[in-house]
Design a protein around this ligand. Structure first.
Ligand SMILES: Cc1ncc(COP(=O)(O)O)c(C=O)c1O
Length: 332
């Protein structure tokens, strides 16, 4: 069987160790069980299939993309199977494990400074666009602005969650970078049940929170943070706030403390955005009175961040206080 047939239909697990009001149930879709190791397998196959159907990709073509690593892994995997060349740009904060995995699958990796501002030629998105523009015949996934990204979730993540939980769903919570996951999944769930409450968890340092609440992109909100794959310093066209009901903010410590809890209490070694998503789901759960079902996704595995999130030395060197992390963890 082709690897593609193993993408999606991921397990949905109930999280039972978090302190939430009685009658409130938490579920998480284990997206790191996708063959490329993340939720991004869904959008990459969807977009590449479409490009092939339209004749935009031929054997030997080059696929270019800016990525925080997971879209890159899905592209590198698909390129390896289908005979394409992949050039992937990413900010230098992306973990070495993720960079090396792409190289292992034969992709060319272009590392850009995380500090480069969106309008700078060194910004990883600008860099990918330039490489694409200078290489006739290359194809760009364009995950930030490509509506097929959200459509992939509308056609897979949303229906799968609905099939598993149906009418019981009260809320869907996810962090967002391109916005594909939250937009496509929320749109589908709200079409089935308009009262489904959709909540974006946004890191401190991202522009989405202020944009959602005040309608402005405020450059003064842009600040570095460590969680990889959530929040943005620019507005992605794929992010559709018309299907989002609230945006809440999390810190790196909230996300990483939740990762520790997921690993130690649920046996789920997850990436930082999984921690953020579950932290957000717990906050939403605590605002509920009476029976409710909150669902979220675990976008990637903690195995990609063993040298960071699960490394006490790295945490200490980067200013995380072990005592504070532990008390946040215990409060979950
Ligand atoms: C680890 C991780 N989690 C979550 C996301 C966010 O998903 P989306 O781009 O669909 O908003 C990404 C996207 O880059 C990611 O890499």
């Amino acid at each position: 069987m082709d690897i593609k047939s193993f993408i999606g239909n991921t397990p949905l697990v109930e999280l039972k160790t978090f302190n939430v009001p009685s009658g409130v149930r938490l579920f998480a879709k284990v997206e790191f069980m996708n063959p490329g190791g993340s939720i991004k397998d869904r959008i990459v196959t969807y977009i590449i299939d479409d490009a092939e159907d339209q004749g935009l990709l031929k054997p030997g073509s080059t696929i270019v993309e800016n990525t925080s690593g997971n879209t890159g892994a899905a592209i590198a995997m698909t390129a390896a199977i289908r005979g394409y060349h992949a050039i992937l740009t990413m900010p230098d904060k992306v973990s070495k494990e993720k960079q090396d995995a792409l190289r292992a699958m034969g992709a060319e990796v272009v590392v850009c400074p995380t500090s480069a501002l969106p309008d700078s030629a060194d910004h990883y998105v600008t860099r990918a666009r330039r490489i694409h523009a200078e290489m006739p015949g290359s194809f760009m996934i364009n995950q930030y602005d490509n509506q097929l990204n959200a459509e992939a979730h509308f056609n897979s993540t949303g229906p799968e969650i609905w099939n598993d939980l149906g009418e019981s769903i009260s809320a869907f919570v996810a962090s967002g970078s391109t916005g594909g996951t939250i937009s496509g999944t929320s749109r589908y769930l709200k079409m089935q049940k308009p009262s489904v409450h959709s909540v974006l968890a946004d890191p401190v340092g991202s522009i989405y929170h202020r944009y959602f609440h005040d309608g402005v992109v405020d450059p003064s909100q842009i600040a570095p943070y460590f969680v990889e794959g959530a929040g943005e310093d620019h507005l992605a066209k794929c992010m559709d706030f018309s299907v989002v009901d609230d945006v809440i903010r999390f810190t790196d410590s909230d996300a990483f403390a939740t990762c520790q809890h997921l690993a130690k209490r649920e046996g789920l070694v997850c990436g930082g955005t999984s921690g953020a998503n579950v932290w957000g789901a717990v906050q939403v759960a605590r605002s509920m009175t009476g029976p409710a079902t909150i669902v979220t996704v675990l976008p990637d595995s903690g195995n990609k961040y063993i040298s960071k999130i699960y490394n006490p030395e790295w945490l200490m060197q980067n200013g995380f206080n072990a005592g504070e992390l532990r008390s946040l963890e215990l409060a979950l």
